[in-house]
Design a protein around this ligand. Structure first.
Ligand code: JB8
Length: 274
């Protein structure tokens, strides 16, 4: 797979030489190219921004400079998919990462200031390109570079051959099960007066699997009630449903719903209003 990242701070992407993604690049599984947007400026000052039409604070990135950069890195590849990190985008999830990992060519356009002139996304969509405007979460960064790092790492680790043991991709949080991961432990078995759960030493694999699933359900109910509400009831067994009932969730119209007066989040009762 090829990924081009275009930025006015290409050094921000230096971390992609490291670790798993760096190894994928060196092995040839990932052809990752980082570019300086200013290489496509036409003036002596290498200007990439200007004042916003309609007024307002800050500066907006010029569409002509971005158009030249994007045309150049897309070349004649009809499959190139334009990805624009922006706090106004839809939220980037593991589902996006999985879909992107099946593609041949992504071009990630990292904006700064108040963002990129809206005609850039419009122009490539009008030309029949795939264009995805994506946010990595509900907070605001100073530019798209950190979001690009997140997306490249999330996609890169899913490319065939990149993660040594593909089984480690199966059970993880935000996978198909729709649950957070269970807690994990290693040596020493006693540390600072804390012991590991005894069942993990039992060698009883069915019991360990059940214990892990219970902990995953508890964590998900406490931390991510939105994920519990989105669970496919058909994928739950009677033990799951009994535990979820204890945690304040019941099946209603084929979906999980919070039982009224159920314990909130951490499992402690909701505070009573004064
Ligand atoms: C200017 O918060 B973000 C983000 C913020 C940005 C730009 C891109 C992404 C461009 N500010 O994900």
């Amino acid at each position: 797979m090829r990924i081009d990242v275009v930025s006015i701070f290409p050094d921000y992407l230096a971390a992609l030489d490291l670790s798993l993604v760096g190894k994928a690049r060196r092995s040839g599984l990932l052809d990752l190219r980082v570019h300086d947007l200013r290489d496509w400026t036409a003036d002596r000052h290498r200007t990439v921004d200007d004042t916003p039409f309609g007024g307002g604070a800050g500066m907006v990135m010029r569409p002509d400079v971005w158009g030249a950069a994007i045309d150049s890195v897309l070349g004649d590849d009809p499959e190139g998919h334009l990805v624009i990190p922006t706090p106004s985008g839809e939220v980037f999830t593991q589902r996006h990462a999985e879909a992107f990992a099946t593609e041949t060519h992504l071009v990630v356009a990292c904006g700064r200031y108040e963002g990129i002139d809206a005609r850039v996304a419009e122009r490539y969509r009008a030309a029949g390109r795939r264009v995805s405007e994506l946010s990595i979460g509900d907070y605001v960064l100073n530019g798209g570079e950190v979001a690009a790092l997140v997306m490249v790492e999330a996609v890169g680790r899913l490319l065939p051959g990149v993660v040594g043991n593909p089984e480690s991709l199966v059970e993880e949080s935000h996978g198909a099960a729709g649950l957070l991961e269970y807690p994990v432990y290693t040596k020493p078995p006693a540390w600072e007066g804390l012991e590991i759960p005894e069942v993990l030493l039992s060698g009883h694999h069915a019991k360990i699997d059940r214990w892990r699933r219970d902990r995953a359900l508890e964590r998900t109910a406490a931390r991510r009630p939105d994920m519990v509400a989105a669970l496919d009831v058909a994928g739950l067994d009677k033990h799951d449903l009994r535990l979820l009932a204890e945690l304040g969730w019941h099946v209603d119209g084929g979906r999980l719903r919070r039982t009224s007066d159920a314990p909130e989040g951490t499992g402690s009762p909701a505070p009573v209003a004064e």
